[in-house]
Design a protein. Structure first.
Length: 155
């Protein structure tokens, strides 16, 4: 069986989005209420809205998705996975010659850290962010955008 491309993975909604009650082990970490489990395309759409020179984090995206679906929280696991899928689909599209790809490099991890799981790792994300005017510094073994909070885009 042929492996799905990143773009195909992005289009495969798997019956999502949906909102579920927070139960069991999840309630120990996330409390009570409901969790919005987004579709891959929804995460991509939020990432696409971040303009040049601005940034967002996975937590900001989660909060926006929770508001959209009237849920207590946005799912941390699927949101992170779908941001990763979106980044790889964008790179796949760029290699096909498309110019208007999702600017995945503008989506940071919690605390303003760069995402090593993005295409070409932190080196490429660092290069793209610096090109847009952000200062990226090394913090231990990881890289972080200096004063990233000042560049957060309101979702």
């Amino acid at each position: 069986m042929k492996r799905k491309s990143w773009c195909e993975k992005l289009e495969d909604s798997k019956g999502l989005p949906r909102v579920e009650r927070i139960t069991g082990k999840m309630s120990k970490k996330w409390g009570t209420g409901t969790v919005a489990i987004p579709a891959p395309k929804e995460v991509d759409e939020v990432m696409r809205r971040i303009p040049e020179g601005k940034l967002t984090t996975i937590n900001e995206i989660r909060a926006a998705l929770a508001r959209k679906h009237h849920a207590t929280i946005g799912c941390p696991i699927t949101t992170g996975i779908f941001a990763w899928v979106s980044a790889h689909a964008a790179e796949e599209n760029k290699q096909k010659g498309e110019a208007n790809v999702t600017p995945y490099w503008r989506t940071l991890k919690t605390g303003g850290f760069l995402n090593a799981k993005y295409p070409s790792g932190v080196e490429e994300q660092k290069k793209l962010l610096e090109k847009e005017g952000h200062a990226v510094v090394q913090k231990g073994k990881e890289y972080v955008v200096l004063d990233y909070e000042k560049s957060l885009f309101s979702l």
